[in-house]
Design a protein around this ligand. Sequence first.
Ligand code: C2E
Ligand code: MG
Ligand code: MG
Ligand code: MG
Length: 292
Amino acid sequence: ESKREGRNRYSFFDHELDRRLKRKHTIETELRQALERNEIYMAYQSKNDIASGKIIGFEALMRWNSGVLGPVGPFEFIEVAEDIGVINELGEFALRQACIDLQEFQKFSDTTLKMAVNLSIRQLNDDSIVDMVAKGIEETGIDPSRLELEITESLLAENIDQILPRLERLLELGTALTIDDFGTGYSSLSYLTTFPVSTLKVDRAFVKDMVSNEGDATLTHTIITMAHALGMKVVAEGIEDEDQLAMLREQNCDIGQGYLFSKPLTQKEMEILIETHELPETTGFKSKHFRI
Ligand code: C2E
Ligand code: MG
Ligand code: MG
Ligand code: MG
């Protein structure tokens, strides 16, 4: 009896493992050709001034609509892209497209808008990153002070010595540096004073329960106070409801990002949002709370 059960269970796991390996293999194969097949595009999520609600910028988020697998999320494919060595190409595409689209978005707004692009650690492990960003700035004609580079805290913490010189050269180009997912990286805080970080982005994990969990509210408050004392701005990510927004406003958080303001949208949808402050019904998402 139990032997048979064991065998069945084994074959279940075997099957599951097999399925995952197959999917990973397909992702590896398909991802190599995704760019040239135009399956990769950038989505944009707004960053809003917390006090006024106004859109002040965007984060560019990569999307892959695979002909074979359908939509695959960045949590799944970015790591594969690093492993198979296509992250630099994808990163170059992201930066250029984001700079081009920012200039389109700007046509619909009187506020000087900024664009944030995510960089993965593999991209920063390579000297070519500096030339890539410099070339992107030059060829798209974007004002570099309107370009922000987002780097996840945990990755920065692990590799600070190697990537510091490269980050310095990126900053010399005139770009700004944002520490992403701040508070989850278990890092020493000393890099915040030795390095010109312009913005801290409080991880969604703290925002999620801050209204019901006093500890999380204390953490967001403390991060905001510390950042301001060091001359940095704070973005709160993952704001989904009015209560979180109200509390962050009380805590003097500068900038908000999250589904309450906008989901990641296509370039066309974002243009409509900036122009009309309303999303078309076709997006399946209508922000009732959107203001200004
Ligand atoms: P991230 O940079 O921390 O981006 C924020 C993630 O949170 C995005 O997921 C976004 O869609 C999601 N998000 C935003 N607001 C809310 C909200 O209110 N509620 C919830 N539940 N989620 C929200 P996404 O687009 O799946 O991206 C995941 C991660 O993939 C990003 O995390 C980033 O680390 C990475 N990534 C995305 N695009 C790129 C890229 O172009 N290059 C690189 N190197 N990494 C990228
Ligand atoms: Mg980010
Ligand atoms: Mg996060
Ligand atoms: Mg983040």
